[in-house]
Design a protein around this ligand. Structure first.
Ligand code: NAD
Ligand code: IPM
Ligand code: MN
Length: 350
């Protein structure tokens, strides 16, 4: 029997609620299949930062390296720890240290969910570059506090970095509806984004079976609302992908539905699975967070680990619950009610 070592990082706010829910469902699924999950829980969070002065221990990355996968809830508690400290002390270093360069974020309506647009069925796979671009961290501040203060933050686009994410996107399109929308802002940003467009054309030449459409980020934002069903794979830089995937979450019914996988495609380091949303301080502690985004991320994790059948059963159980109206509207059901409905649907499958 396969046993997967799982690093579980609930993090802050609703992160604990949604990872508890996901683990309950994933473990119930594992029991029905020929594999086991061996989770180890880490208290790395803003609470830990306030106690110890660090979001994670010095050897945190080395500790995580020994796991088959990481399941993360959410990081951030801006009331007590600045986001620039907490995210750069935990979430972002993991993505970069393990070179999880492909951030996969699916957006579609689950059965029974209408979403605010009441759009006809759409199925978008956003592929977000996850290690460089606008998140490179290159830059600095000079003359702090003086009138002539300057802040510089440089987006870095490397040929290797851009090419690999584009290839990843085209490979995904091959297994889907064969269309890639490559998002830039090359009408205004004339170096990096023109370079991205050129790389798109170059990579596209290797995929004659895939159609490609370059699109500017502003037009893309409108298209996701006006004609989401016309989109298949969408590939974008780190920041553009970040923004578009909250928009994607919105059109699929809310942040409680949007799943994500931070993938190291060559599997030489663990990949990390987490919902798109954050710690939701406005609803934390009230037991009403929608766990579906995290459960879906957990299904993506099972799929990545090679347990495709179990992953499909988790997705079917989620949709059995939503098709009965459970969790389909914000605030309609508690975290626990949604979790129990998914567990019941898993039981019914047996
Ligand atoms: P957020 O995603 O936490 O919340 C935005 C809105 O969506 C809130 O109204 C919230 O209640 C709602 N929401 C989010 N998840 C939900 C769920 N599962 N069920 C129901 N409603 C949900 O974004 P924010 O408020 O901008 O950020 C809060 C903190 O989280 C900040 O510290 C931010 O930096 C951090 N953050 C972390 C991650 C991450 O860890 N991956 C992602 C985004 C934001
Ligand atoms: C996300 C989040 C993070 C990001 C933040 C919290 C740094 O918004 O995963 O979408 O921008 O990548
Ligand atoms: Mn985001």
């Amino acid at each position: 029997m396969n046993t997967y070592k799982l690093a579980l990082i609930p993090g802050d706010g609703i992160g604990g609620d949604v990872t508890d829910a996901a683990m309950e469902i994933l473990e119930a699924t594992a029991r029905r299949h020929d594999f086991a999950l061996e989770p180890q829980r880490f208290d790395w969070s803003c609470a830990r930062y306030l106690e110890t002065g660090a979001m994670m221990p010095d050897d945190g990355i080395e500790v995580l390296r020994g796991f088959d996968a990481i399941l993360l809830g959410a990081v951030g508690w801006p009331e007590t720890v600045p986001d620039s400290v907490s995210l750069h002390g935990l979430l972002l270093p993991i993505r970069k240290a393990f070179d999880q360069y492909a951030n996969i974020r699916p957006h579609r309506l689950l059965a029974g969910v209408e979403g605010p647009l009441k759009a006809e069925g759409f199925d978008i796979l956003c592929i977000r570059e996850n290690t460089e671009g606008e998140y490179s961290g290159a830059g600095g501040r000079v003359h702090r506090g003086h009138d002539n203060e300057v802040a510089v933050e440089t987006a870095i686009f490397t040929r290797a970095g851009v090419e690999r994410i584009l290839r990843f996107a085209f490979e995904q399109a091959r297994n889907r509806r064969g269309h890639v929308t490559s998002v830039t802002k090359s009408n205004a940003q004339k170096h990096s984004m023109v370079f991205w467009d050129e790389m798109t054309a170059r990579v596209a030449a290797d995929y004659p079976d895939v159609t490609v459409e370059p699109m500017h980020i502003d037009a893309m934002a409108a298209k996701m609302v006006m004609a989401p069903a016309s989109l298949d794979v969408v590939v974008a830089s780190n920041l553009f992908g970040d923004i578009l995937t909250d928009l994607g979450a919105a059109i699929q019914g809310g942040l409680g539905f949007a799943a994500s996988a931070n993938i190291r495609p060559d599997r030489s380091a663990p990949s990390m699975f987490e919902p798109v949303h954050g710690s939701a301080p406005d609803i934390a502690g009230r037991g009403i967070a929608n766990p579906i985004a995290t459960v879906w991320s957990g299904a993506m994790m099972l799929d990545h680990l090679g347990e495709a059948e179990a992953a499909a059963q988790v997705m079917a159980a989620i949709e059995a619950a939503t098709s009965r109206g459970i969790g389909t509207l914000p605030g309609r059901n508690s975290t626990d009610q949604i979790t129990q409905a998914i567990l019941a649907a898993l039981e019914e499958q047996a």
